[in-house]
Design a protein around this ligand. Sequence first.
Ligand code: FAD
Length: 471
Amino acid sequence: MSSSNHFDAVVIGGGPGGLTAAAHLAGRGLTVALVEDRLVGGECHYWACNPTKALIRPIEVLELARAVPGVREILGSDGVDVEAVFAKRDVIIDHLQDHDMVAALTEAGIEVLHGRGRLDGERTVVVVDAEGGERRLHAERAVILATGTRPLLPDVDGLTSASPWTNRDLATMTRVPGRTIVLGGGVVGVECATILSGLGSAVTLVVRGSTLLRGSEPFAGARVARALRDRGVDIRFATQLTSVERDARGGICASTGDSLVEADEILVATGRSVNTEDLALETIGLPGEGFVAVDDHLTAIGVDGEWLYAIGDTTGRALLSHVSQYHAGIVADVVAARAEGILQNGSESMARDTGRLAQVIFTSPQVVEVGLTEAAAREAGFTVTTRTATYPGELGQLLILRDGFDAEGKLVIDADRDTLLGATFVGPDVADLVQAATVAVVGEVPLSVLRHVIAPHPSLSQIWNPLVTGG
Ligand SMILES: Cc1cc2nc3c(=O)[nH]c(=O)nc-3n(C[C@H](O)[C@H](O)[C@H](O)COP(=O)(O)OP(=O)(O)OC[C@H]3O[C@@H](n4cnc5c(N)ncnc54)[C@H](O)[C@@H]3O)c2cc1C
């Protein structure tokens, strides 16, 4: 640990990206300060990925149990035990404290500073703590911006003063609202609608467009919409809120212009704002807000001297925790290699995340998407063929996994090279298929080879069979 205010690297933001970058850099022998103004672990650990998955897991397991003869007969008609679900969630999010994470980072030689970080010219970071105390840090080799995003509230009359919920309120809720309006049909909106309806809230999902999961393969949004409706969610497509009001009894009244929707809470899931407007980026000649543009070495574009980097959500390249952590490894390689004067434009220290990312959408059924959709591949100029399959179809043995097994898969193929550009699966537990699809896409494995990747019987992996044999 450095005993002064001089470090090799200063990382601003202690989410999955920032803390992983700090750990990698310290592991390479650099002196590192990590600046975090809330809790080390970031949005992902306390208010996003981890608590939402802790909330959805019991819902999935109960559904699975109800679909398995021999188990469903011993279940009662009750839903999940909400108090027990919250208790497990609280353990997962470390009861909203970061002592253990800070201790582990400190043990690794990293100086953790709780406070708000901002730039003040080249290689200089000012940290202001909760009491207003200031510390001025000098970063010899790198400042890494990993400040992430926060919920974006749309401009709807009365919405802000109605104290809407965001993902943060959902992630830490201690009661389930009787009725909830969820605003937004993207990934966060559908995950929140799945959780709330699964825990017993009557959900109205308000969606501006005509589909869920815009940007995914259309069948994914259609299947998730069908599943949400089956569990009682009222989905209002092509609907915009014109005003929101919290009444004297604490309830929510939202107007769509021609109708009113009443609820106990409204949850907004309409996008994210990047946390850069307080970073004083203008002191180094960058725009004062918005995503920080980086090259594939994750080095900020438009700043001389190769000392400023950005990773994860802050770059806008993809808003996914695993991408932030991937960037963290790359940026540590780049900083360490530059420190030793050995950075080459080689592939190992360049982010190769474009067009080949994997994402799981934790609805019920789950959605897995890797690489490009058919529409995106055509737009990118590929000559595309596709293969699709629905299940169980001829794979009746999938009914071993659960009664009513119902899934769909699609491959997007580069017809010129016979390789996979993308894959989408929708169905129960399909998250387990994600890495096989990712290896196939990233490894550009020819379909003629995938044909000989033999999936064990009986397993979910056999979902690949009708797709790779074309049969
Ligand atoms: C409801 C929800 C569910 C999600 N589920 C998943 C999922 O299942 N899987 C997945 O991969 N992704 C998921 N995501 C996305 C995931 O949360 C983000 O991609 C991830 O948190 C990004 O990590 P990060 O390190 O880039 O930023 P963050 O996790 O946002 O961390 C940034 C940190 O920087 C701090 N900070 C900001 N400004 C300053 C400053 N000036 N000084 C000091 N500190 C500062 C913040 O307090 C924060 O702790 C989900 C998102 C939401 C909203």
